[in-house]
Design a protein around this ligand. Sequence first.
Ligand code: FAD
Length: 419
Amino acid sequence: MKVIVMGAGVTGVTAAWYLSKAGHEVTVLERNAGAARETSFGNGGQISVSHAEPWANPSAPFKMLKWLGKEDAPLLFRMRADPAQWLWGLHFLRECQASRSTHNMIQLVNLGTYSRQCLQSLRAETAIEYCHLTRGIIHYYTDPKELELALEPARIMREFGCDRQVISPEEVVRLEPAFAQSVKRLAGATYTSADESGDVHLFTTRLAALCEQRGVKFRYGVRIQRLHTAGARMTGVEIADENGAYTIASADAYVLSLGSFSRGIAATAGLSLQIYPVKGYSVTLPVLDPSRAPTASLTDDEFKLVFSRFGDRLRVAGTAEFNGYGMDLNTTRCEAIAQRTLDIFPGMSEPGLAQYWTGLRPATPSNVPYVGSSGVKGLYLNTGHGTLGWTHGCGSGQAIANIMDGRDPGCDFAFATAA
Ligand SMILES: Cc1cc2nc3c(=O)[nH]c(=O)nc-3n(C[C@H](O)[C@H](O)[C@H](O)COP(=O)(O)OP(=O)(O)OC[C@H]3O[C@@H](n4cnc5c(N)ncnc54)[C@H](O)[C@@H]3O)c2cc1C
């Protein structure tokens, strides 16, 4: 089968890899000059299967109201004259019901567990190197009340098969000696030894190179304008490149992996995807004193930050702004991330050496991505991965390839059947 994959972020490239492995002739279309130049460039690096609580949960509406208008809130909703944002918000409220939230958490854990297995197999098969570490994730708390509130989600995650243990500050230091200077500030932590970390940009670009070795064609500098359909069947994709605008109609199947931009392109085929961009920031610091910088991946509960060590760099990411597609870099927010990092790990680096980045998470109201059929014949969805696209990348790519071949997807998950 001739397959066109739209988008060369982590979800598009993993789909291309598994489709090529299944024997298909794959072409990837991407507007940038290379793979992983947008959201899959500078994320937090966590493969966090065991931290799958969706944003939409029963306490979220109250917290969001409390945070409304607060510039330093971890989750900032800026109301815009944008019907797409309001509609997304209404869907989000529906997903906050306890029963929906539990259902969504199960989907995220199942897909995450499957995805980690796929990533590990891919690593064993290809020896791909992307600064990965398998030292688990420590989710640390500085506020005893917040630690208390975390006990129940940790218990639920254990019920779903994730080994999320509650540990003392002393155990935190034993696992991660870089906390030695800050141990007095810790109330405790949860620890999941099976979780991993790694640089998504390195992974995606190197996997794209491995795809090319298998014969996958990457067409960079190509802007997808719209999808063409006839009678609920895909007939082609209209693109623009240096030769002008024209339609490619030669493929048998198409995979939509355009991140936050999937909604607009899907709408041209009459599909209504609930995907809204949620902006986040990351800060990358060179490690000047390795004894003071963590190697285990971390989550800072108070500041809602995640930390991952990539060789001689430390990546710290966080914050969530619902504010449209704007990509302006709020340096005050980035400086606050760098400041918090050096506050917890003094002397590991210098604030002046920090590199700042911003990206748009392609978020669905439930946090559950669209993976599966679209309802338009020949068009498949692998998008809307929100906060967990790196965690779910390999599993989604393998599952969509299985689905397109009529095989069992390989994972117990609410796959899309129509959008
Ligand atoms: C601050 C931050 C921290 C994060 N931390 C983590 C983490 O620790 N763990 C985790 O699992 N996830 C994390 N994520 C989420 C993860 O990064 C995303 O879910 C993932 O990168 C999304 O990948 P994607 O392929 O769907 O989208 P993208 O990487 O955005 O890829 C989409 C591609 O489509 C292309 N494209 C779009 N429109 C067009 C068009 N019209 N024509 C041609 N090409 C087009 C884009 O150029 C882009 O290359 C984080 C995200 C952010 C922002």
